[in-house]
Each structure stands twice: as structure tokens, then as C-alpha cells.
Design a protein. Structure first.
Length: 277
């Protein structure tokens, strides 16, 4: 079987799982499916951070279970009272992607402590899980609007980069990415954001459309940051893919790197105009 056939089969299986779960309309089933992906991502993150000892691995899993388990309880049984916790987590993670991650990438630097990197990654994964669940509960169309924005930015960045790319964006982290491609991806994300805001009745006036444009551009930047940050993590670990869990596609983190950044930031922005908790 060729690599292309393997990639297509894996993609079809994943699409069937995701679409089938969303069609049921069950928040619990959706939360469980996303949680499974997140657990896989946590496992990959531990490997990338060099977590090899039994005690270190146990501590990582205990932390993951505590964080993700607490969020599950708050989402399904304490949604209202836990609102400030959700907002704080999304705000902190969004600021990480918009402020801290660019600095880390500019300096090619991650915390020297593997424990610190693992904890950061755990919070990023937890925030993405929370966002995916909250958006699905608000309405599948909101979830799809955010997910598709990431895809649009990625595809536009790829084709613009191939057609016009001349200057490397981060050659020592991701040699294939160009500044022109990044601008193309951010621009496409801004345009998609405006269309989505109109379709979802989140914007109508010129001022609101301007805000949607800026928000889309910010989310496009987050997509780039997520992609590059995971690439930096892999480069420091000396591996090409986060794992081989998804035949033909690498690991789960390889597939959700941009979503780790876009989902929490988009959910935070949507929470300012739509009640999510």
C-alpha cells in the first residue's frame, strides 16, 4: 500500500469518527472522542520532552488526569460556577500564543526544564479540549467555523508560499515556511472570519466587521504560532513526527498543532459575545 493510500484511509477513518460523533449531537460522546485525542497528544508530548523514567512518567499522567478530569467535572456538572475558571484558562493560553510563543520562537528557546515544558503543553491541550467541547455545546456551526478557519489558513499559506514564497519565516525551525506564505494564511483567515461572523450573525455593522477582520488575522497568527511551536518541540527532540499513531500522518500533535492555538483563542473571543458557561 502506497503512502498516499495510507494517508487517505487514515483521513477517511478520522473523518468518519469526527462526523459520526458530531451527528449524534451528544456532548458527552464528543467530549470523550476529543479527550481520547488529547490523551494521545499528552503521551506524545511526554515522549518529545524526554520523559523516560517511571516516576517522571507517572507524575505526568497524574497531572494530566487531574487537569483533564477536573475540567470534565466542571464542564458537565459545574458549568456556571466554573465560568471564571474557564475564562481564566482560555485567557492565559491565548496570551501564551499571542505573546509568549512568538518570543520563544524568535529566540528558539523552550524552558530548560522538561517538567515546565510538559506542564505548558498539558495546559495547552486541556484548553483546546475545553474549547472544542464548549463550541460543540454552543452549536456545531461555531465549532466548524473555527476548525475550518485553521484549515483555510493552512491551505492558503501553503499555496501562497509555493507561488510567491521567497523569504524564509523560521528556517531553523520549519525550513518550508515562508513569510509570504504566512501573510497569505493570515489574510485568508481574516477573510474567512468576516464571512463566518456574517453567517453566524456575530457581526453586522462596519465596526463589528472590522473587529471580525482583526480577530481573524489574530487567529491566523495563532495558527502559525501553533505550527511553529510544535515544530520547535520536535526539532529539540530530534524527531520528524510527534509519533506514528496516525499512519501516513505522523502523530496527533502533528495534526492538531495549529488547533491548539486557534481553538482556545477563538473560544475566548466568542465568549465575549455569546454565553458559553
Amino acid at each position: 500500500m502506497s503512502n498516499l493510500q495510507t494517508r487517505v484511509i487514515t483521513a477517511l477513518v478520522l473523518a468518519a469518527l469526527v462526523i459520526g460523533t458530531l451527528v449524534t449531537g451528544s456532548s458527552v460522546l464528543w467530549a470523550g472522542l476529543v479527550l481520547a485525542f488529547c490523551i494521545a497528544a499528552v503521551w506524545e508530548g511526554q515522549r518529545l520532552c524526554g520523559q523516560t523514567s517511571t516516576s517522571s512518567s507517572a507524575l505526568g499522567w497524574i497531572s494530566a488526569i487531574a487537569v483533564l478530569g477536573s475540567l470534565w467535572v466542571m464542564v458537565f456538572w459545574l458549568t456556571g460556577p466554573a465560568g471564571p475558571v474557564f475564562f481564566t484558562l482560555l485567557l492565559v493560553v491565548s496570551l501564551f500564543w499571542l505573546v509568549v510563543a512568538p518570543v520563544q520562537l524568535g529566540r528558539h528557546w523552550l524552558p530548560p526544564s522538561a517538567i515546565a515544558t510538559r506542564l505548558i503543553l498539558l495546559l495547552l491541550i486541556a484548553a483546546a479540549w475545553l474549547s472544542a467541547v464548549l463550541l460543540q455545546r454552543l452549536g456545531v456551526k461555531y465549532l466548524l467555523a473555527v476548525v475550518v478557519l485553521t484549515v483555510v489558513a493552512d491551505v492558503a499559506g501553503y499555496f501562497v508560499g509555493r507561488a510567491f514564497g521567497r523569504r524564509k519565516l523560521a528556517p531553523s525551525i520549519s525550513p518550508g515556511k515562508t513569510r509570504e506564505g504566512a501573510v497569505g494564511g493570515v489574510t485568508a483567515a481574516a477573510l474567512w472570519s468576516v464571512m463566518a461572523a456574517l453567517h453566524l450573525n456575530l457581526a453586522a455593522t462596519p465596526a463589528q466587521l472590522a473587529v471580525a477582520t482583526v480577530a481573524g488575522a489574530a487567529l491566523g497568527c495563532c495558527a502559525v504560532m501553533g505550527d511553529l511551536w510544535e515544530s520547535l518541540l520536535k526539532r529539540q527532540a530530534g524527531v520528524k513526527d510527534s509519533s506514528q499513531l496516525l499512519p501516513g500522518h505522523g502523530g496527533v500533535l502533528d495534526r492538531i498543532d495549529a488547533q491548539l492555538a486557534v481553538l482556545p483563542t477563538a473560544t475566548l473571543l466568542i465568549s465575549l459575545v455569546k454565553p458559553l458557561w
